[in-house]
Design a protein around this ligand. Structure first.
Ligand SMILES: O=P(O)(O)OC[C@@H](O)[C@@H](O)c1c[nH]c2ccccc12
Length: 261
C-alpha cells in the first residue's frame, strides 16, 4: 500500500463518521454559504507574483514542519506579504490540519483560500464552502473519471473554483476538464515523494490554454518561479519553504521581495 492508499482508506472512514456527527450542525449554522466566493483564478492572473502560500504543520514525507506557529499569525503574515492566495491543509491524520483551521483562516484574512484536502466525497465540498473556502483541490491520482466529473460539477454548483492536480501526462489526458478552473502540476510524486520541476515544464504545453496553470510543491528559489513563468505558469504553490521558518509570513515577504527585484 502506498501512502496515498493509506490516506484514502482512512479518509473514507473519517468522512462516514463526520457525516453522522456534525454535518447538519455545521451546514445549518454556517453563514459562510452566503458569502460571495473570491476567484483564485482571477487573483493569480492579476498578480505579479502568483504565490499561493500554504499552511502546513506536517507531512508524510517530512513529518514535522512547524507545529508551533499560530495559524492566525501565519495567515495574516502571508496576507501582509502580499501572496495571491492561501492554501490551508485540512487533513488531520497525515498533515495535522483541520476544517477548523480553514474557518479560522477565513475569519483572519480576505484573500482567496484553497481547501487543501483529499476530496473523495461531495460532503467535503459542502464542508469546504461552509468553512469559507473559495477553491478546492481535486487530485486526479485518487479519483476515477466519473468521480472527477461529479465532484467538479458539485463544486461549481456551490460556486467553488476547482484546481485539478495531476502528476503525469496520463492523469492529464484521462481527466475530464469541464468545470475545472485551474490545472495544477504537482512536482512531488505522491507515491514516491520524489520532487522535480521538470514535470511542470514537460506538461505545460499540454494544458489547455483556458485553464490557469499552477506549479505545486518543492519550490524554494525565485529563479525557478521566473523560469516556470516562461512556461505559462501563473500560480506557484509553496508550503514547506515558508512553514519551516519560525515566522512563515516574514519568509514569504522576503521571498516576494527577491522575486520582484
Ligand atoms: O511544501 P511544498 O513542497 O512547498 O508543497 C506545497 C503543496 O504543493 C503540497 O503540500 C501539496 C500539493 N498537492 C498536495 C496534495 C495533498 C497534500 C499536499 C499537497
Amino acid at each position: 500500500m502506498t501512502i496515498l492508499d493509506h490516506i484514502v482508506a482512512y479518509k473514507k472512514k473519517e468522512i462516514a463518521a463526520k457525516k453522522e456527527a456534525y454535518a447538519m450542525k455545521l451546514f445549518e449554522s454556517s453563514m459562510l454559504f452566503d458569502r460571495p466566493v473570491i476567484s483564485l483564478a482571477t487573483a493569480l492572473k492579476n498578480s505579479d507574483t502568483g504565490i499561493i502560500a500554504e499552511h502546513k504543520r506536517r507531512s508524510p514525507s517530512k513529518s514535522v514542519i512547524n507545529e508551533k506557529a499560530d495559524l492566525p499569525d501565519v495567515v495574516s503574515g502571508y496576507q501582509e506579504a502580499r501572496v495571491s492566495a492561501i492554501s490551508v491543509l485540512t487533513d488531520t491524520r497525515f498533515f495535522g490540519g483541520s476544517i477548523e483551521d480553514l474557518l479560522l483562516a477565513r475569519s483572519t484574512v480576505t484573500i482567496p483560500l484553497l481547501r487543501k484536502e483529499f476530496i473523495i466525497d461531495p460532503y467535503q465540498l459542502f464542508e469546504a464552502r461552509a468553512a469559507g473556502a473559495d477553491a478546492i483541490l481535486l487530485i486526479a491520482a485518487i479519483l476515477t473519471k466519473e468521480q472527477l466529473s461529479q465532484l467538479a460539477t458539485v463544486a461549481k454548483s456551490l460556486q467553488l473554483e476547482v484546481l485539478l492536480e495531476v502528476h503525469n501526462e496520463e492523469e492529464l489526458l484521462r481527466s475530464p476538464l469541464e468545470n475545472i478552473d485551474l490545472l495544477g502540476v504537482n512536482n512531488r510524486d505522491l507515491k514516491t515523494f520524489e520532487v522535480s520541476t521538470d514535470i511542470s515544464k514537460e506538461l505545460a504545453s499540454r494544458i489547455p490554454s483556458h485553464l490557469v496553470k499552477v506549479s505545486e510543491s518543492g519550490l524554494s528559489h525565485p529563479e525557478t518561479i521566473l523560469e516556470l513563468r516562461e512556461y505559462g505558469y501563473n500560480g506557484f504553490l509553496m508550503g514547506e519553504h515558508f512553514m519551516r521558518e519560525s515566522n512563515p509570513g516574514r519568509s514569504a515577504s522576503e521571498f516576494i521581495k527577491n522575486l520582484r527585484s
